[in-house]
Design a protein around this ligand. Structure first.
Ligand SMILES: *Cc1c(COP(=O)(O)O)cnc(C)c1O
Length: 349
């Protein structure tokens, strides 16, 4: 029999967390009687409206089962196969999607750009466009940014505006991987539209799973022209949920209650608490400039090993050169303090 809770796994990923109460209760409320299938139900209509409200204006909204599909299908809708997508070399679309963006777009090439703290820079984008313009090289068509980034940093309004401006100058479309969009919005304390629609984001992949749902991400097309025929693309890819209300009710629960933001704030605050604690430990070096819900730190090898022997789970994260401690909406102060207490004891041993 599996144990009902595996202690120590809460820092491995924000995906180890359970479903939050707001999402769970909404599914219970939706679980009554017969309703039309394939998204023609009132929960789905309400979820779309709430997402449009969240971003203060018109948008076409779709729901898929996970973030890999959201990103890949969005990017495929923004490109032809001979185009290129500019993204950071640590971007999830490059490092963690098994080539799905290329697969769904029939071969569109990802062109990887460097950038400190996992952020793209306008100059890097401009250089990537200008260095080749001949027919022998795939034509840059989309810029993909991750907000919050894979290194738990957050693009500011100004940084995004500069990227959006660069995109307009070169005729590029702007995609945002927002698997942790809520964490970014919470960290910045700005209305969601200020870091999406207002800076020229064409399509946002809005994360639900890491925000506290059991399954599901939303696609938000601010450029509604790009959403043309997108429903067919989703269906062909196997990402049209038949009992859609179970995918969309959690959005109603989280958006109506404001739980999406409260969850993200809690996750960010847990990471802040952990970061402060780790800074006080001998031999531990906190890495990067955390703003969202993950802490990166270089630990003495013996300490990392003994923490793992105690049952704590965390990843060595490619690109940061350290260990990654991920917090979620469900991470409690007590859990953070327990990890820190073990680390303190083991570091002194
Ligand atoms: C988790 C995550 C995704 C989505 O991953 P799935 O496992 O496909 O749901 C996308 N982008 C980033 C940056 C992520 O961290």
């Amino acid at each position: 029999m599996p144990r009902s809770v595996i202690p120590g796994c809460q820092f491995a990923s924000d995906n180890t967390a359970p479903i939050c109460p707001e999402a769970w209760e909404a599914v219970e409320r939706a679980n009554v009687g017969c309703l039309p299938s394939y998204g023609n139900d009132p929960w789905t209509a309400r979820a779309c409206d709430l997402i449009r409200e969240m971003f203060g204006g018109p948008a076409e909204v779709f729901f898929v089962f996970n973030g890999t599909a959201a990103n890949s299908l969005a990017l495929a809708a923004m490109c032809q196969s001979y185009h290129a997508i500019l993204c950071h070399e640590l971007a999830h679309v490059e490092t963690d999607e098994c080539g799905a963006p290329e697969f769904y777009s029939n071969g569109t090439k990802l062109l990887l750009l460097p950038g400190v703290h996992a952020k793209l820079e306008p100059a890097g984008i401009a250089h990537a466009v200008e260095r080749r313009r001949d027919v022998h090289y795939p034509k840059p068509r989309v810029v993909s940014v991750t907000q919050a980034t894979e290194l738990s940093t957050v693009y500011s309004i100004e940084e995004l505006a500069a990227i959006g401006e660069t995109c307009r100058r070169y005729g590029l479309r702007l995609h945002m991987d927002g698997a942790r969009f809520a964490n970014a919005a919470a960290a910045l304390g700005v209305p969601p539209a200020r870091i999406t629609r207002d800076v020229g984001v064409d399509v946002l992949c809005l994360g639900g799973t890491k925000n506290g749902m059991g399954v599901g991400e939303a696609l938000v097309f601010f450029d509604t022209n790009l959403a043309e025929e997108f429903a067919y693309r989703c269906k062909q890819a196997g990402h049209l949920a038949s009992k859609m209300r179970y995918l969309t009710a959690p959005w109603v629960g989280l958006l109506q209650s404001g739980g999406w933001l409260a969850n993200a704030r809690r996750a960010n605050a847990a990471a802040a608490r952990l970061e402060t604690g780790l800074r006080g430990l001998p031999g531990v070096e906190v890495l990067g400039q955390r703003q969202a819900n993950a802490v990166f730190a270089r630990l003495p090898a013996a300490l990392a090993q003994s923490l793992r022997a105690e049952g704590w789970q965390f990843y060595d994260f490619i690109g940061s050169g350290g260990c990654r401690f991920m917090c979620s909406w469900a991470t409690t102060d007590a859990e953070v303090d327990a990890l820190l207490a073990d680390a303190r004891r083991l570091a002194a041993a």
